[in-house]
Design a protein around this ligand. Sequence first.
Ligand SMILES: NC(=O)c1ccc[n+]([C@@H]2O[C@H](COP(=O)([O-])OP(=O)(O)OC[C@H]3O[C@@H](n4cnc5c(N)ncnc54)[C@H](OP(=O)(O)O)[C@@H]3O)[C@@H](O)[C@H]2O)c1
Length: 483
Amino acid sequence: MVSRVIPVDPFDLVIFGATGDLARRKILPSLYRRFLGGQIPEEARIIGVSRAELNDEQFRAQVAEALSEFVNQSKQSAEQIAGFLRCLHYVTIDATEEAGWDKLKALVRPDLVQAFYFSVAPALFGALADRLHGYDIARADARIVVEKPFGRDLASARALNDTLAAHFSEDQIYRIDHYLGKETVQNLMAVRFANILFEPLWNAQYVDHVQITVAETVGVGGRGAYYDTSGAMRDMVQNHLMQLLCLIAMEPPYHFDPSAVRDEKLKVIRALDPLGPEDIVRGQYVGPNGTSYRDDAGNPNSRTESYVALRCHVANWRWKGTPFYLRTGKKLRARTSEIAVVFKEPPHSIFDDATDWRENMLVIRLQPNEGMNLKMMIKEPGPGGMRLVQVPLDMSFAEALGEEGADMPDAYERLIMDVIRGNQTLFMRGDEVEAAWAWTDPIIAGWEAAKARPQAYDSGSSGPEDALMLMHRDGRRWREIRE
Ligand SMILES: NC(=O)c1ccc[n+]([C@@H]2O[C@H](COP(=O)([O-])OP(=O)(O)OC[C@H]3O[C@@H](n4cnc5c(N)ncnc54)[C@H](OP(=O)(O)O)[C@@H]3O)[C@@H](O)[C@H]2O)c1
């Protein structure tokens, strides 16, 4: 199968924070891979900006080093790297000061597509927006890319939206949730809306419940100090898990375009019932000899959660009565992200011995081994009568799509190219982000008022006991966390 490369117009992309961790690990390697894929025209300019005093050559040398570390060996060609590096430029600017902006203005061409990637702390967004506008650098249709976290509550998210809105319109702002750039996540929409197969079953009449799991094996590591001010609810649930929930629960948009898709996602968030204390469990990992969350966070009294499990309901006609269970945590037994849509029992069993019956289930694996698995009942082979057995209809993208499936682009590759193409479908709109905070704020405020410590769970386990009970009480169980 030959991959279709959609060419993009020549562009100038300015990366504020180009010497930072995200730029080195994700943004620049993704751009290089798109360069290899023939999508970055040679006349494109990628302009790095930060306070570090570097010239173009020094910046290019830093980027070459990052590529050697973060790009697969098989993709490292000296000739291609040299070609990519020629697209790179560098300007020293402190976002809060006035020096350097004229030099940037001279580099950014007014007649090309322009994108400005704010890969810096959100506290700098205002300073950058003011100066891009004040120095008349950004065209009226320039694209502004901002990273998570987009606020830490509704008030701060609104303030950030207002800061950006002072100079840019909503259709210029690209809020990244890299989960939306994952191939499997986009495939959720293809599976739902390009096939007739599932739609008739995709409702509370046939779906017993949905489980969304994002499990990590790593702890908070070097991000401990930051993470301790955030926690799993803010860091993962409010954005990534809620976005996955939206894609599963949304109504079919009338067209695959930014407004239609985001309107439908917003309706899901607005339809979420408020949660009660019985709907949610928080956990904090503990480990031997200084490896507990509190050690990693450097805060012996921390009440921040490294794990959340919750049960929520989408209060609309389609989903009334179908719970959605979400969980995410660090230092769990395996690294896995998946969505399981668990179907109800057939209304009547015609088989005498139905003790082996198991639910039909559609499991969408986001990582590892991206793919889908439909669990079905069939007859166990052999002469022993009509015994039932559950078997998987298993589809791994890598196998089904050959080379292309094995070499799926990183989420950032897709998202950055969408920015250049001016397609906002896979980016969060301001009202979506605010609605998500409006739902999570009261939950977090309740925890903060209660001052309770999250339940301890062992590093390498499946999470806190109470999270298992959250499902058991409803007569259900979580899928095992395993790779
Ligand atoms: N790293 C990740 O995996 C990740 C994931 C998701 C979201 N994010 C978000 O992405 C953003 C960047 O994260 P990061 O991890 O790359 O941070 P980082 O490693 O601390 O890098 C920050 C960058 O901003 C530059 N910078 C800082 N102050 C500046 C100023 N006053 N003017 C101009 N440039 C300035 C820094 O260079 P100088 O110090 O030389 O100026 C550096 O290039 C943050 O908002 C973060 O929350 C990061």
